[in-house]
Design a protein around this ligand. Structure first.
Ligand code: UDP
Length: 322
């Protein structure tokens, strides 16, 4: 199929591009390079440097490349920033997503796969979290993703657009063979920060150790970025086979505390990970663990590298690449 990957120069998007190419799809990347890296797009893959709102670029692109499906990754991703400066999120995640959909509908694109987030659930009232858990986002980041999901649901009903929204838990790891991994600026995610601390590049701060969890630190569900990308591929096949539009969680169903991640990193790297403990970070629920049964059942998706050891080992191999 002819597919468009917005944000294909970013962390998850660039892994998606590899998975699509390996599956034989013809890929075009649309990325304004505000956060992505041109060198994360493989040689030979077309990179169109533009904003997803640029209708004069996007509409002809969708038509000329005869795009069958859009994978939409381009977005802002920082919870804290979304609280401090929410207009960025309503503008660049919600309004830009709606503008992209304008072009998609006008070009007759029938399949849309959205990069969504577990942040749509807000503070969990039960774990593991399934898709029927109430969606009450507690920050603008989660809110804008949920609003875009709602737009998609309306468009699916009215215009026959097929969509899948994939709600990620904690994306991590790297595609070592492809030479790509996580490089955000600023980096806010635990695993890369832990590995940079192991390399002596920064000091790690653990945000709170007084949570009602087994060791007092927050528990998260870390999922390998290539497994995430493979779920998107499965979602495309599912839509193509006439599967009903909707949202799916992506996680391993296995939780790990911040302290467990630290210990795992010390084991994998053979180095000490120095850290200090600070107060809790605002907006961090104690435990976020997915029930991904729906994705398993309907998409036929099972994570292939679910173990934290393997996720951290791949991230480490990328962080220490030559
Ligand atoms: N965390 C931490 N120190 C950091 C970054 C993250 O203790 O420098 C904790 C954070 O409080 C959370 C977990 O690590 O419990 C994962 O955070 P991350 O930002 O990677 O992902 P999130 O769960 O916010 O999506």
């Amino acid at each position: 199929m002819n597919v468009l990957v917005t944000g294909g120069a970013g962390y998850i998007g660039s892994h998606m591009v590899r998975v699509l190419l390996r599956a034989g799809h013809a890929v075009t990347v649309l990325d304004d390079l505000s956060a992505g890296h041109a060198d994360s797009v493989p040689a030979g893959t077309r990179l169109v440097q533009a904003d997803v709102r640029a209708r004069d670029v996007v509409l002809p692109l969708l038509r000329d490349a005869k795009i069958d499906a859009i994978f939409h990754f381009a977005s802002r991703i920082q919870v804290g920033e979304s609280v401090r400066d929410p207009r960025l999120y309503y503008r660049d995640n919600l309004a830009a997503g709606v503008a992209l959909l304008e072009s998609a509908l006008d070009a007759g694109v029938k399949r849309f796969i959205l990069s969504s987030t577990a942040a749509v659930y807000g503070d969990p009232i039960r774990v593991p979290i399934d898709e029927d858990h109430p969606t009450v986002p507690v920050n603008p980041y989660g809110d804008t993703k949920l609003m875009l999901e709602r737009v998609l649901a309306s468009y699916a009903r009215a215009y026959g657009l097929g969509y899948v929204a994939l709600r990620y838990f904690n994306a991590s790891g790297a595609d070592v063979a492809a030479g790509i991994g996580e490089r955000h600026d600023p980096e806010t995610h635990l695993i890369p920060l832990v590995l940079e601390a192991a390399l002596g590049k920064r000091e790690l701060t653990v945000f709170g150790e007084d949570y009602a969890t087994p060791d007092g630190t927050c528990v998260r569900d870390y999922i390998h970025v290539t497994d995430l990308a493979k779920a998107h591929l499965a979602a495309l096949a599912y839509l193509d086979a006439g599967g009903a539009s909707g949202a799916f969680n992506l996680g391993t169903g296995q939780g790990h505390s911040v302290r467990e991640v630290l210990l795992c990193a010390e084991k994998i790297t053979g180095r000490r990970v120095p850290y200090k403990v600070s107060a809790r970070r605002e907006g961090d629920p104690p435990i976020l663990v997915a029930s991904a049964d729906r994705a398993k059942r309907l998409l036929g998706w099972v994570p292939e590298r679910p173990l934290l050891d393997d996720i951290v080992a791949d991230a480490w191999a990328w962080h220490t690449r030559a």
